[in-house]
Design a protein around this ligand. Structure first.
Ligand SMILES: [Zn+2]
Length: 73
């Protein structure tokens, strides 16, 4: 279960929600995989950082032509 889904389940329980936010919030990371997610969909797998793109490979495939890439397959 992700953090957001767990948070949604206890929105009607204010005390539990406060505790949950205090102790279970995800870490803000300065480096590592989850520090640089895809700028379009937020995935952390298959990321292309070359030329400062920061797209995952799936999003890059869809966006490449708009970005001006002529050869991308
Ligand atoms: Zn993506």
């Amino acid at each position: 279960m992700t953090f957001e889904n767990a948070k949604k389940q206890i929105t009607n329980k204010p005390i539990k929600l406060a505790k949950f936010l205090k102790f279970s919030a995800p870490l803000e990371r300065k480096f590592g995989r989850s520090a640089t997610p895809c700028r379009r969909c937020g995935k952390t797998e298959g990321l292309i950082n070359k030329y400062g793109l920061r797209y995952c490979r799936q999003c890059f495939r869809e966006e490449a032509k708009k970005l001006g890439f002529k050869k991308y397959d």
